[in-house]
Write a protein that binds this ligand. Structure first.
Ligand code: ACO
Ligand code: ZN
Length: 281
């Protein structure tokens, strides 16, 4: 029976309270067995500890001294801050974040081995503290050149450009590492939409500037986007022809403009001058 329950992934927690939001959950998340009888959980928005009852949370908030995620603030631009949390140094935080994220991620396996990951937690800050809007995780060492494992924008903050900001941020880290990167597969529908949007905008901007006179390898070097992802994006935009055994980019300015318009708004940009970071060693 247990195995069956695990297999069918019955959603247990229906809502969570986090900061000033009450959020309906999307998917099953494997909280420890003592939470099996709960349909609602109360999270501390700073340390991400979760509790069964509101009074427990209120008591917790009186003594919790965190006002932002643990770890290092590596980026600040206006009210937007990014914190880097090492899963090995902040194990409980990393696990709490995974439990929380799984409520909105369908096909991802939950990594209990948070030691191997860094978590990049994006916050909107005010005088009450730094409030998490989303995050992405990244393996410290990836054989497959993954630069992002899981990405989430919390539902109250979705469709405001934070997803594309997180994606852009993951590529800025790859550029600093002098590596190309790609997100871990499979991508969710929303994940694929967001990546496709990001790749399209970044690549079309460059193609426009260079009037198409640029190779996939050069595009990859400039953007840290893996060549396969560049090829599939340009193919989906029908900007690739196959001539004499080679992929050739055909960038008619009119076609580029049409695609750029369709690609929608650019959203929040990462100001690299404000990123203070050295690669993990
Ligand atoms: N309907 C249609 N298009 C959407 C939607 C939606 N509900 N949400 C995002 N998009 C598309 C749009 O093209 C949007 O661009 P636009 O607003 O300019 O049209 C683009 O994706 C990105 O929008 P953002 O506002 O930048 O992204 P958001 O902050 O909403 O975050 C994310 C995107 C992270 C995928 C979010 O939807 C999410 O957390 N989903 C649940 C978790 C998930 O599926 N994560 C990805 C799993 S794959 C992986 O982790 C490797
Ligand atoms: Zn707390």
């Amino acid at each position: 029976l247990r195995e069956h329950e695990e297999f069918t992934k019955v959603k247990n927690i229906a809502t969570i309270e986090l900061g000033r939001y009450e959020i309906e959950t999307w998917y099953f998340s494997p909280f420890p067995p003592e939470y099996n009888d709960c349909t609602k959980l109360f999270f501390c928005e700073f340390c991400l500890n979760f509790m069964k009852r509101k009074e427990q949370l209120q008591r917790h908030m009186r003594k919790c001294d965190l006002k932002h995620p643990p770890g290092d603030e590596i980026y600040r631009n206006g009210t937007l801050s990014m914190f880097e949390v090492d899963g090995k140094k902040n194990k409980v935080y990393g696990q709490n974040l995974c439990y929380l994220a799984k409520l909105f991620l369908d096909h991802k396996t939950l990594y209990y081995d948070v030691d191997l990951f860094l978590f990049y937690v994006l916050c909107e800050c005010d005088d009450r503290g730094c409030h998490m809007v989303g995050y992405f995780s990244k393996e410290k060492h990836s054989e497959e050149s993954y630069n992002l494992a899981c990405i989430l924008t919390l539902p109250p903050y979705q469709r405001k450009g934070y997803g594309k900001f997180l994606i852009a941020f993951s590529y800025e880290l790859s550029k600093k590492e002098c590596k190309v990167g790609t997100p871990e597969r499979p991508l969710s529908d929303l994940g694929l939409l967001s990546y496709r949007g990001y790749w399209t905008r970044v690549l079309l901007d460059i193609l426009k500037k260079h009037k198409g006179n640029i190779s996939i390898k050069e595009l990859s070097d400039m953007t840290a986007i893996k060549a396969e992802d560049i090829l599939s994006t340009l193919q989906s935009l029908e900007l690739i022809q196959y001539r004499k055994g080679q992929h050739v980019i055909c960038a008619d300015p009119k076609v580029l403009d049409r695609h750029l318009k369709a690609a929608g708004r650019g959203g929040l940009d990462v100001d690299v001058a404000k990123l203070i970071w050295t690669p993990y060693k």
